[in-house]
Design a protein around this ligand. Sequence first.
Ligand code: IMP
Ligand code: MG
Length: 502
Amino acid sequence: MNPKILTANAGSRRECKTIAVIDTQFGDTGKGKFVDYFAEWADIIARGTGGANAGHTIQVGTEEHIFHLVPSGILHKGKINIIGNGVVLDPRVLCEELAILRLHSIDYTGRLKIALNAKLVLPQHVVMDRFREGCDRNGKIGTTGRGIGPAYEDHYRRIGLTINDLLNRSLFMDKLKRNIEEKVRVLKGYEPALIKKVMAHPSLGEGRFYCPKKIFDINEIADAYTWYRHNMIELIEDTDTLLRNAVGKKRVLLEGAQGTLLSVDYGTYPFVTSSDCSTEGLAKGVGIKTSDVEKVFGVTKAFYMTRVGGGPFPTEFGGEKSAKWCGSKATREIESKQYRKANFKTDNEFEFGIAVRRAGNEYGATTGRPRRTGWLDLPLLRYSTGITGRHLILTKLDVLSGCPEIKVCTEYEYTGPSIQIGQSLLKRGDRIGKAIPATEILAHCKPVYETFPGWKEDITGVRSMDDLPAQLQELIQFVGIAAGVVIQVVSVGPDRSQTIIV
Ligand code: IMP
Ligand code: MG
């Protein structure tokens, strides 16, 4: 760890004590590697948003495991890991992850703490999520099906349950009944066979919670949650107070989830997740103030980017064809059979996108879906760094080695119908330098590209900026200037050592 990057500004010498690692795009930028990188420095690692929709692959012993809820710092001995109040926590998933940790003799007691006011995900949330995504074709967001949206909705509708409710049986039962009544009223309008089918999903205990008469078997749910409670009880704490007291004294690392462009408040609404993935959302979700965060590292994939699920993506390789393909039942296996020969030299944009996906291993850690791929989009980056701040970590630079040319989207040409935005009228043919996150606008933004020569060399062994191919150095410099950001770190491979401080 180079302490130089932990100062707030170039001129300052003082090391920041509270830092955040935030994704500036649509998630999956390789944030996990840097959470792990900074975890070595930190005393406390805390998550504050999202839930089991996130997924990070971690090497545990000799095996690789995908974790969704446990913060990435858990493998670092002696570090405190916190799941904050803003997280929607599915105890079923957490208990699975705890079992993996125990299997590998990783002692987490006293080190893993769950906010007593984190939001509880219940089977009915998963049911509602899957139901909506499957039945409402017009409104398909392409969610991860983990109950994230419905759990947050219940919080704002004031009928949600918290982790602390697990500790008080009769309170839990009362709140559970009330919460379920409301879901049953909605589901009563649907075919019972369809409900039964949705509830037969493995993540819903293969029909364990289904009751033909009442839709939900409350006693089964209560039994399952009693068992989870037994597994988690020692971990539940007032982590808000713990973190507030730690700020300024301990080294605190906040781990973002998803990405700024998926934030419910700042993202490409409605194709977003249901939490605020920005620094504000994250700080609040661990119980501290945004102003407590002294430095934010915005993690940005370059020189391509990805998106999972629906929503606008102006620079997507192969445009609609790619979006459709990635939203179908396509998998890594199907793709490697059907498009075995896809490569960087092809003239077919859609196949080029597949080649990039394969080179970058861009398949969802949570759902296995192929991630949509496209060129780096500076209008979106200008927009998101306007929210998260200017300090960037560029990741996955090694993926496009051998690509004949690299395109960077520098602005958009608007091609849609006239639309009023505040006091100005956006018209066909107008240029847009900083993206406007509304779907109805982004859907009509045609990227304008600047083309750069690619590089042939394998860069995974490079450890200093000067040793990177000249073409790549020029590209990095170009992005810094054109997007008005300060690139502090570049990543040339998944390993912690494959990191270059600029
Ligand atoms: P939800 O978070 O499951 O409600 O899904 C809402 C949208 O966010 C969908 O487009 C998902 O694909 C996307 N999404 C949720 N979590 C992640 C993530 O960790 N990485 C990338 N996309 C995500
Ligand atoms: Mg991920």
